[in-house]
Every structure is written in structure tokens, then in C-alpha cells.
Ligand binder design. Structure first.
Ligand code: UDP
Ligand code: MG
Length: 317
């Protein structure tokens, strides 16, 4: 039995869920009416990313309530937002894919605006947050990262942190095929797009609960962004290290000259230590940086399963 074109899923909405029990009921209440009003066949794929609260029960109930349009992927543990999205990408049926956070920071009511841009011929539509509602620290740290990304990669986007985005299917297929591990999905998608566009989207405060990202995870994520898309950190470091060695070589010449022609001197000992410590720290940074890339290479080479799906709730489509 072949599906008639009217039966094909047009829009897949992908939502990662990690401890969002307080947000899910409101999300369901706001999201489904928006999608029902689209007049296109759609599906919503939730990935439960190892939540420790009642999120999975709520997702199960939602699947029972709307089995035709709801799919739930249940991870056995927490693998992070981007892996949760990846697992859904590997299973999408729609021609257009929309990603969204579960905490209602991205209003679901903006989805039609993204779809309008896709319909206008773009293959990638990134949202950027108007009046970002995050802590002072998060907002400014994010600006800094934006700046670094702009100058080290050739990815151009106003707001890489905004997950409210829409993609045409070939981009999602390319992302899945790339088998990326430590990745930053908006940036990866951008690198595969031919005709990207952006739209401003409202940003709300988290409906309930606190951000799931710790300071440490944010640093990791931004490392993924920069090292995943450019070798610039390594290259800048090499240039800096070369300048340092030229300087040190000069210093050695000067010290040798003094030693030979002016005699031994002990007073300059601490200056020398200062220089030495500086050079050692430079070396350590360099080793760490190389380690970042080697670690990532190792993960890819090792090709271990990136996440484990415990169960999937869905109806055949
Ligand atoms: N999330 C996830 N796994 C995680 C952390 C977050 O699936 O390990 C989900 C979370 O439920 C939400 C989205 O990713 O839907 C964004 O997370 P959060 O709101 O904590 O990030 P922020 O808005 O602070 O960047
Ligand atoms: Mg959030």
C-alpha cells in the first residue's frame, strides 16, 4: 500500500526533553493547537534524554492522547541536548524539520513564521532571539562566543544558541550521514545549507525550572562549536608559539653574549624564571589544545554508539 501524497508527513517537530515535567503540560497545550492549525500533516518527536523526573510518564500520556502525531524516543541515560536531537533526526518522516526547546523559551506560536520562510524557498531558517530573556552572564558569554565563532569559522548566524530553527529534509539527511559526535547542530546544519535565512523570534523566560546547562557543560558545548568547525585555535596557537620561540631564541643569544663577555650574573635569575614559567604555561595550553582535537578524533575513530535508545513509542507511518 503506497501512501498518497496527502498522507505524507510534511512537518516534523523535534523536541529534546530533560527534566521538563513542569513545562510539558503547557508545551502540549500551546504546541499542538499551533500545529493543528497549519493544515499540514505533522509529527512531533520528543526525545526523553534520561530525565529523572516524571517527564517520560507525561510523554507516554501525550502519546496515548495523540498517537497519530506523537512519537517518543526514550534514552536510557542523559546524552545531552544535541544527541537527543540527533536521535530524532535519524527517525524523522517529514519534509521540513523544526527544532524547539521544551521549556517554552521558544514560543511554539513562532513556528508558522519559520515555515513561511521555508516555503519562500530557503532550506535553512535560523531563529534569533529578540529581547533575550536569560541571565546577564549567559547573554554576555553568548555574545563573546558569537564573536569568536564569527572570527574563527565561516559560519554566519546572528544567534547560534537559539534552537528554534527549521530545515529542509536534505540538510537533516546530511547531518545524519555525517555521523557527527560532538556537534553543534545549528552550525553543522548551516554548513550544509545552500540558501539560509534568519527570522527574529520572541524569547521568553523559562516557563518553569532552571536551565539544565551547568557552567561546565556550557564550556564544553562552546568548545564543540569552535573546535568542531575550525582549526583556527590550533593555527593561532602555532603562530603564537612560533613568535614565542623566536623571542626566546633571541633571549638565549643575549644571555649567552652577557655570560661570555660580561661574566656570570645571578641577579637576573628570577627574570629568567619568569620567562621560563611563561613559556611552560604556553606549552601546556598548546598540549591541552592538541588534546581537544585528538580526543575528538579518537571519539570518531572509536565509533562507539553515541546514545542508547531504551524504547520508542510510535505508530507506523
Ligand atoms: N536538554 C536535553 N538534555 C540535556 C540538557 C537539556 O535534552 O542534557 C533539553 C531541555 O529539556 C530543553 C533544551 O534541551 O528542551 C534546552 O535546555 P535548557 O533550557 O536547559 O538550555 P538553555 O535554554 O539554558 O540553553
Ligand atoms: Mg532553555
Amino acid at each position: 500500500m503506497s501512501a498518497s501524497p496527502a498522507d505524507l508527513v510534511r512537518v516534523s517537530v523535534v523536541i529534546p526533553v530533560y527534566n521538563e515535567e513542569l513545562n510539558l503540560p503547557v508545551l502540549f497545550a500551546r504546541l499542538y493547537p499551533v500545529l493543528d492549525a497549519l493544515g499540514r500533516r505533522y509529527e512531533v518527536i520528543f526525545t526523553n534524554d534520561g530525565s529523572a523526573d516524571r517527564s517520560i510518564e507525561l510523554l507516554r500520556a501525550q502519546h496515548a492522547a495523540r498517537p497519530d502525531v506523537t512519537r517518543v524516543i526514550d534514552f536510557n541515560a542523559n546524552y545531552g541536548q544535541h544527541m537527543a536531537i540527533m536521535a530524532a533526526f535519524e527517525r524523522v518522516r517529514g519534509e521540513i524539520i523544526v527544532t524547539l526547546d521544551a521549556d517554552l523559551q521558544n514560543p511554539p506560536e513562532e513556528i508558522p513564521n519559520l515555515l513561511a520562510k521555508i516555503d519562500a524557498g530557503h532550506d535553512y531558517v535560523g531563529g534569533y532571539r529578540l529581547n533575550r530573556q536569560d541571565s546577564f552572564f549567559r547573554t554576555y558569554a553568548s555574545r563573546l562566543i558569537n564573536y569568536v565563532r564569527e572570527h574563527t569559522t565561516n559560519i554566519e548566524m546572528t544567534d547560534q544558541g537559539c534552537m528554534l530553527r527549521a530545515y529542509r529534509r536534505p540538510i537533516i539527511d546530511a547531518i545524519v550521514q555525517s555521523g557527527a559526535i560532538n556537534t553543534f547542530i545549528p552550525a553543522l546544519a548551516y554548513s550544509f545549507s545552500g540558501n539560509p535565512a534568519e527570522v527574529g523570534v520572541k524569547h521568553e523566560e523559562r516557563h518553569a525550572g532552571a536551565s539544565n546547562y551547568s557552567f561546565y557543560q556550557l564550556i564544553r558545548l562552546n568548545f564543540d562549536l569552535i573546535t568542531g568547525f575550525s582549526l583556527a585555535p590550533l593555527q593561532y596557537f602555532t603562530m603564537f608559539a612560533m613568535a614565542c620561540s623566536a623571542g626566546s631564541f633571541l633571549l638565549v643569544l643575549i644571555i649567552a653574549y652577557r655570560r661570555i663577555f660580561l661574566g656570570a650574573e645571578a641577579e637576573g635569575l628570577f627574570t629568567l624564571f619568569g620567562i621560563l614559567f611563561f613559556l611552560i604555561s604556553v606549552t601546556m595550553v598548546g598540549i591541552g589544545l592538541i588534546g581537544e582535537y585528538v580526543g575528538r578524533t579518537y571519539q570518531v575513530v572509536r565509533a562507539r554508539q553515541r546514545y542508547h535508545v531504551r524504547s520508542i513509542l510510535e505508530t507506523k507511518g
